[in-house]
Design a protein around this ligand. Structure first.
Ligand code: NDP
Ligand code: GDR
Length: 338
C-alpha cells in the first residue's frame, strides 16, 4: 500500500487528485485540512459516501502550511511515500490585497513542508510534488515552455517562484525526489466561484434561469490556456512515478481570451454576452498577465501525458453543471419547502 499526503485536499485539484489516487487499489490518502468556523468540505464529501471506492483509505488531519510544527508532526505520524503540495492562497487578485499572507502560505509554507519532508527522507524515502504555476511566466512572451525565463507579475506569482526554486534546490542540495509541475490554468465544475471561468459559467446559467440580471467583470482582453483539472492531476501523479525527479509544463497548447470564454458560455445557453456584461475597475489587477500559452511537449514525450478535454468540452461541462444548479435553485425558490 502506498501512502499519499495531500495539502489542499479541500480545493479543486486536491479533490480530483484524492479521487484519482483512491481509484487505485494500492493507495491510502491523507489530506490536510484547516480548521474553519463552518465546514468547507463540499468537494470531498462524496469521497466518504457509502459507495465511494476507497472511502476507508481516506483520512483527514488538521494542519496548516503556516504552522511548521503541525507539518512536522503529521509527516512523522503518516510517514507518506508521496507528498503533493497543493495548498495555497491561490487567488492572484487577492494576493495584491494580502501580499504578506500569500507569501507566507505559498512561499514559506512550501519551505516548511520541504523541511518536514527532508527530515523524513533521511530514514524513509519520500517523493514530493510542488504545484507551480504558469503565473510565474507572467509577462514572458508566449508560448511559454521549460526554457522560458520567468517574469512574475503578482505577489502570488513571486511567492510561487520562490517555492519553485526551493523545490529545485532541495532536489539538488539534498537529493530529494522533488518535482515541480508548472501547470497552466485548469478548471472544472469544482472550480472556486471567484475564478473567471466559473464566475462566467455560473453567471451565464443564472442569467438564463432568471436568477441574476447582470455579470460584472474586469479585463476581458487577457488570454489563458485553459485545461480540465481532472486531466491535470494525472500529470502530477505521473511525475512522481518516473525514475528521475524533474520539472514539467502541463498545458493544452491553445489559448482563448475572456471574450472567447464569455462568447462560448453564453452561447451554450443561447444568449449574447454583450447584452449582459458590465465592467468594474475593482476586478482589474495592478499588473496583469496578458497571454498564457503553454508548451507541454516534454510532458507528452516523457510522461506520455496529454489532455483529454478541450476548451469546448470544458466549458460545456461547466455550463451543464451550473445550469443544473441554477434550475435546482429556481425550483427551490418557486416551491419553498418542496
Ligand atoms: P484552490 O484554491 O481550489 O484550493 C486551495 C487549497 O489550499 C484549499 O484546500 C485550501 O484550504 C488550501 N489552503 C489554503 N491556505 C492554506 C494553508 N494556510 N494551509 C493549508 N492549506 C491551505 O486551488 P486549486 O485546487 O485550484 O489549486 C491547487 C494548487 O495548484 C494551488 O497551490 C494553486 O496555487 C496551484 N495552481 C493552480 C492552478 C489552477 O489553474 N487551478 C494552476 C497552477 C497552479 P481551504 O479549503 O481550507 O481554503
Ligand atoms: P488566474 O485566474 O489569475 O489566471 O490564476 P483567474 O480566473 O482569476 O483570472 C484569469 C483572467 O481573467 C481576468 N478576469 C477576471 N478574473 C476574475 N477572477 N474575475 C473577474 O471578474 C475577471 N474579469 C476578468 C483576470 O484579470 C485574468 O487575466 C489562476 C489561479 O488558479 C492561480 O492559482 C493559478 O496559478 C493560475 O490560474 C495558473
Amino acid at each position: 500500500m502506498k501512502r499519499a499526503l495531500i495539502t489542499g485536499i479541500t480545493g479543486q485539484d486536491g479533490s480530483y487528485l484524492a479521487e484519482f489516487l483512491l481509484g487505485k487499489p494500492n493507495y491510502e490518502v491523507h489530506g490536510l485540512v484547516r480548521r474553519s468556523s463552518s465546514l468547507n468540505r463540499q468537494r470531498i464529501d462524496h469521497l466518504f459516501g457509502p459507495d465511494a471506492p476507497g472511502r476507508d483509505r481516506l483520512f483527514l488531519h488538521y494542519a496548516d502550511l503556516a504552522d511548521a510544527s503541525s507539518l512536522a508532526a503529521i509527516m512523522e505520524l503518516i510517514r507518506p511515500d508521496e507528498v503533493y503540495n497543493l495548498g495555497a492562497q491561490s487567488h492572484v487578485r487577492v494576493s495584491f490585497d494580502q501580499p504578506l499572507y500569500t507569501a507566507d502560505v505559498v512561499g514559506l509554507g512550501t519551505l516548511r513542508l520541504l523541511e518536514a519532508v527532508r527530515h523524513l527522507n533521511r530514514n524513509h524515502p519520500v517523493r514530493f510534488y510542488q504545484a507551480s504555476s504558469s503565473e510565474m511566466y507572467g509577462s514572458a512572451p508566449a508560448p511559454q515552455g521549460p526554457n522560458t525565463p520567468f517574469h512574475p507579475r503578482s505577489p502570488y506569482a513571486c511567492a510561487k517562484l520562490y517555492a519553485h526554486w526551493q523545490t529545485i534546490n532541495y532536489r539538488e542540495a539534498y537529493n530529494l525526489f522533488a518535482c515541480s509541475g508548472i501547470l497552466f490554468n485548469h478548471e472544472s465544475p469544482r472550480r472556486g466561484e471567484s475564478f473567471v471561468t466559473r464566475k462566467v459559467t455560473l453567471g451565464a446559467t443564472r442569467i438564463k434561469e432568471g436568477l441574476q440580471k447582470r455579470l460584472v467583470m474586469g479585463n476581458l482582453e487577457s488570454k489563458r490556456d485553459w485545461g480540465f483539472a481532472g486531466d491535470y492531476v494525472r500529470a502530477m501523479w505521473l511525475m512522481l512515478q518516473q525514475d528521475k525527479p524533474d520539472d514539467y509544463v502541463v498545458a493544452t497548447g491553445e489559448t482563448y481570451s475572456i471574450h472567447d470564454l464569455l462568447d462560448k458560455a453564453f452561447g451554450l445557453v443561447d444568449l449574447d454576452y454583450r447584452d449582459y456584461v458590465d465592467f468594474d475597475e475593482r476586478y482589474m489587477r495592478p499588473s496583469e498577465v496578458d497571454v498564457l500559452l503553454g508548451d507541454a511537449t516534454k510532458a507528452r514525450e516523457v510522461l506520455g501525458w496529454k489532455p483529454e478535454v478541450d476548451f469546448h468540452g470544458l466549458i460545456k461541462m461547466m455550463v451543464d453543471n451550473d445550469l443544473e444548479l441554477a434550475r435546482r435553485e429556481k425550483h427551490a425558490r418557486t416551491f419553498p419547502g418542496s
